[in-house]
Design a protein around this ligand. Structure first.
Ligand SMILES: Nc1ncnc2c1ncn2[C@@H]1O[C@H](COP(=O)(O)OP(=O)(O)OP(=O)(O)O)[C@@H](O)[C@H]1O
Length: 224
């Protein structure tokens, strides 16, 4: 359960998110808004990648400002550009990297890595150089690397933007099947079909917090 308490964020003197009070408990939550409306900053606040200049973000009661480790154990983050997330030379090593501080025995790590690679269609790539994967495969690897740590929540910042239609569909289907809570920032409004809740940001303010159809209508009205 993620809670924002009167959160404001500034970069220098520029306010990019203003006075957000939210409890995010639904299983599927979308975030939409024009370029520069504050979506990425919002997403990054949720796992402590960014800490608010005012107010608090709490994850199961842990403050992102003071309990980063507890927070990141619960909230995984997937970036738009998966290359930013892939850090190890081979696909298998990259997935294992997320578990390096888990304290799990080596055999259990190997078992989980193998299971994750199989689940995300990467089983035959375990020893393959990670930087030689296609864009779609790299996004799947980034997802596998986060999900292997079993976070309760997955925050995704435009995870399909750099992908072609086929890979975007693959990632979308994978996200749809997850049992985790998913908080998805996207410009692809069709991805929000069936979501429980959609937040619309405009110039750093929350201007709608509603069902997908009403949120899309509110967003389109803002852009009209
Ligand atoms: N690290 C930073 N330092 C200074 N300004 C920043 C930084 N990150 C973002 N901004 C500014 O904050 C505002 C909100 O940016 P943010 O990336 O959160 O918006 P966004 O809605 O995700 O945009 P987009 O849809 O273009 O990705 C923008 O004006 C951006 O230029």
């Amino acid at each position: 359960m993620i809670e924002l308490r009167d959160v404001t964020h500034q970069y220098g003197s520029r306010v990019v998110l203003s006075r957000l009070d939210l409890r995010l408990s639904e299983r599927r939550i979308g975030v939409v808004g024009a370029n520069g409306s504050g979506k990425s900053t919002f997403a990054r606040l949720l796992n402590g990648l960014v800490v608010p200049t005012e107010g608090q973000v709490l994850v199961d009661g842990f403050d992102t400002r003071t309990a980063g480790r507890e927070v990141r154990r619960r909230v995984g983050f997937v970036f738009t550009d998966p290359d930013a997330q892939v850090v190890m030379p081979t696909v298998g090593e990259d997935v294992a990297f997320g578990l390096r501080r888990s304290g799990l025995p080596r055999e259990e790590i190997a078992r989980r890595v193998e299971e994750a690679l199989r689940a995300y269609g990467l089983a035959e790539y375990a020893d393959h150089p990670a930087h030689l994967l296609s864009g779609g495969q790299t996004q799947l690897l980034a997802l596998a690397g986060v999900l292997v740590t079993e976070p309760a929540t997955l925050v995704c910042d435009e995870p399909t933007t750099l992908l072609d239609l086929r890979n975007a569909r693959m990632v979308t289907q994978l996200l749809a099947k997850l049992r985790q809570q998913v908080i998805l920032v996207t410009h692809h409004l069709q991805l929000l079909t069936g979501f429980d809740r959609v937040l619309v940001l405009h110039e750093g303010r929350l201007v709608a917090d509603t069902d997908p159809a009403s949120a899309v209508a509110a967003y389109e009205e803002l852009l009209a």
